[in-house]
Design a protein around this ligand. Sequence first.
Ligand code: AGP
Length: 605
Amino acid sequence: MCGIIGYTGHRPAIPAIVEGLRRLEYRGYDSAGVAYEEAQGLQVIRAEGKLGALDQKIAGLDTASSVCGIGHTRWATHGLPVERNAHPHMDGDCRFALVHNGIIENYAELKAELMAEGNVFHSETDTEVLVHIIAKGVDLTGDVRRGISWALSRIDGAYAFALLSREHPGKIWASRKASPLLMGIGTGENFLASDIPAFLPYTREVVFLDNGELVEIDAGSWQVFDAASLEPKAKEVRHISWDVQAAQKDGYKHFMLKEIFEQPKVIRDCLAGRIQKGRVVLPELDALEVPGRLTIVACGTSYHAGLWAKYLLESWARIPVQVEIASEFRYRDSVFLPGDLVLTISQSGETADTLAAIRIAREAGVPILGLCNVVGSSIARESDAVVYTQAGPEISVASTKAMCSQMVLLLLMTLTWGVRKGSLPDGALQRCLEDLPKLPEALERELPAIRDKARTLSQEYSDARSFFFLGRGQNFPMALEGALKLKEISYIHAEGYAAGEMKHGPIALIDPHFPTFAMALGDELLQKVASNLQEVQARGGRIIALVNPGAAPVVEDPWVLPDVWGPLKSFLVLPAVQLFAYEMAVYLGKDVDQPRNLAKSVTVE
Ligand code: AGP
């Protein structure tokens, strides 16, 4: 997720653009850049790191006379967060400058085509391919608008971009598909941006662009076209009453809630380009042998994602898996075997214990695969291969969408290795390839009802001082995650437990004031879980149980989730436990996004 902005009007463009990027930094902040018009043509300034670095570069330049430009703050998906990969990118003749948010799925084949035609590339980004293919389109059609339309007919993937043309001062072109883009309509000035905060101080008159629309703006006018037919389109101008903070949360009350509701998009982004022609495409694994044994090392929520994956990796890919808490692993005198692979999972890519674990494996000569959300993070850089979750920045301390993205990628890894070993259960690959792409829509449909139920139940149980979270199989890691979420944002004590383990002592704690949150989904372990819940009820324990229709044990508070196939059930369980914790914390008046004592990235031991 990146932030883009464009300005054309009467005021100096660069200060307005940089200020707008500052308000979009929550969308990504590993590098930034601007392009603006000046007498000699288009000028591009870029810098690695946060906006301050770009500010410093611009400070020494005379940009006051430029009244048209574009800007970008980056969350890397393709290519390290270094200056050469920062946006804006230009075509070979520097006739165009472009900023982009999204993922061009077929950028590799387009890049090969363009290189074969003599184009030279200076970055590893998919964005540089986009500006080159647009330049090719303009050459073929003789017109910028038609050239963009032609180029977009060649593109697969998600995009929201803004484009400057050296030959057309004061004009900006833009288009979107699957990534957000909107216009700010001012007096004698117009804006383009990924999100409202970018131009809110200048105008509250907004036009939301839809997929497949192409827009052309200058200081005093704007036009919207259908990107394919170039037919003009009428658009409504809407007045926005939000303040900047509310706008950065997209109108949600907290970043955590926004990130929970981003999970459908996260699944789409994780799958983008990774399911092609009926197969999983994970080139990051190509250079690695299928591991003889996999050691997953992580902390917190990422550790729970690893535990969840263990069940699939062992059952479908027949790979022995041990899942280790990094802070324990780093101080144990572990035994490594030939054929070992260490997989580290980390949203931030900076967790000290996980990083230390990598270095121990490295010393033992074990290859390391990273699963990270931050491109170019320490863990990513110290891994032999890295798969990026492309979940976009996760701002809230409580990790939510990151775990969803980790589970998607871990499932794709399992399928990749299972195919290579020929060990997948009959139909598993086909079913995953069919059902995974349907998940986002199912989740979008169900999330409002899941939230309503979470709000009702959290208020009913807000007097609890402790909770058990119980599950079996892949619902055991989900139980651990549910307990962690509730603890870390509502400060209610909670224990995640394997349901079958209750009778080995913990059940002594059960009484009417010690409720249980159970995962009793319609899988092969349901009857076992149901009998565990009877033991809890026999001791007066109250129970909330996540259940599927027609397969629900009798409990005080059944929480019905629609049934989805096999391991994909977990993608509905996850938001349920996240929203239960969220609504409880809100009801109890806690600081949801910055809980006490916690940091987003634990970069110390
Ligand atoms: C999750 O809600 C917590 N904030 C925490 O457990 C987190 O998952 C853990 O610190 C690991 O972080 P990482 O994924 O960035 O390595």
